[in-house]
Design a protein around this ligand. Structure first.
Ligand SMILES: *Cc1c(COP(=O)(O)O)cnc(C)c1O
Length: 347
């Protein structure tokens, strides 16, 4: 079969959720962020598994994502939407009992007009300047929002993956200044914030990347393995070239394997000449440019031609591959293509 195998280990995702949950005290709930199709791993499968593991709250980016998650987790878990109550979302919010995190006065107006009795949360800006109400706006909306009892107020940290960054303490102070003494349920931390310690935990945490095995949760168990079948192998003489643009020139007589995945499968073109694949534990360099459907790999040093080569797995995690591509693990995961044969298994 010329299709690469993507194996997703939901046991690892569940273990990572439990490990992050154990980093916070008993009064802090650990939610799960399953936006962008569960960071590319399959939002339905991930959410169903985490609900069975004990997660009671899920976060998504859009109402449409929330509707999909609702189908698999049933009526009980809370599903909150980071983008809030957007124009046109009212029917989805009502039909699937979603909780919009209201980001602006316009969203507050829209929500209270359309669904005056439905739950909502509030997102506050503590300095990232991306989503949420700024302090003055929050002050102007507070009275009518507090009257109705927000389900949660939250903010998001810009630099939580850098523990020493002064922005962390600054945002913590800003969030506290906006929310202390109001008796509200609060959330500040994603994966990085959980690792910053108890001051950052409040009532609920919102891990995403750590569940899926990525930095900054260095204790995470890898959750994905990607094995790519070899289509053909050939001998390349000293001085011959491989691939588009003649970007690689053999500096010795070489054996080159052509394998069945490329940038159309999320193996970013910036990996050209930089990535490493693995035959068992043996590293084999990617040579030349990444094509749409193909990669070319130097397998000269192997004893025999391989049947498959691994690009993600026990010998190379998402962060190592991300480094080679000049990006972050989040982008590697959310780029994983639709063409893979996806299996949910241990590996
Ligand atoms: C994506 C996101 C998260 C999860 O972040 P990770 O770094 O993946 O843990 C939490 N909160 C908000 C607002 C987000 O956008």
């Amino acid at each position: 079969m010329a299709q690469a195998n993507l194996t997703i280990n939901l046991d690892a995702v569940a273990d990572n959720w439990r490990a992050l949950d154990a980093r916070t005290g008993p009064d802090t709930e650990t939610a799960a962020v399953v936006k962008a199709d569960g960071y590319g791993l399959g939002a339905e499968r991930v959410a169903a598994r985490l609900a069975a593991t004990g997660a009671r709250t899920f976060f998504v980016a859009t109402a449409a994502e929330g509707a999909r998650v609702r189908q698999t987790v049933g009526e009980v878990p809370a599903i909150a939407v980071f983008s809030g109550h957007m124009d046109g979302d009212t029917d989805l919010i009502r039909a699937h009992d979603l909780i919009p995190m209201l980001n602006s006065t316009a969203q507050v107006d829209r929500h209270l007009d359309a669904l005056p009795d439905a739950r909502f949360g509030v997102q506050l800006d503590s300095g990232m300047n991306r989503l949420g109400m700024e302090p003055a706006e929050w002050d102007s909306q507070k009275t009518r929002l507090l009257e109705r009892g927000p389900w949660l107020v939250m903010s998001h940290l810009a630099c939580a993956d850098e523990p020493e960054h002064p922005m962390n303490a600054q945002q913590l102070a800003g969030f506290r200044a906006m929310t202390d003494g109001l008796g509200l349920r609060r959330s500040l931390s994603a994966t990085g914030g959980i690792l910053l310690g108890p001051d950052y935990h409040f009532d609920l945490t919102r891990p995403g990347i750590g569940l899926y095995g990525g930095a900054p949760f260095s204790a995470a168990v890898p959750a994905v393995q990607l094995a790519i079948p070899v289509i053909q192998c050939r001998d390349v003489a000293l001085g011959e070239t491989v691939g588009y643009g003649n970007a690689w020139i053999a500096s010795r007589p070489s054996r080159i394997a052509t394998i069945a995945a490329g940038y159309a499968d999320g193996l970013l073109r910036s990996l050209s000449g930089k990535a490493t694949l693995f035959a068992g534990a043996t590293p084999c360099p990617l040579v030349g440019r990444v094509s749409m459907d193909l990669l070319t790999i130097d397998v000269t040093d192997l004893d025999e031609d391989p049947e498959t080569l691994e690009i993600l797995g026990p010998y190379q995690g998402v962060d190592a591959l991300a480094d080679a591509a000049g990006t972050i693990g989040y982008e590697i995961l959310t780029s994983l293509g639709a063409r893979y044969d996806r299996r949910y298994n241990r590996f």
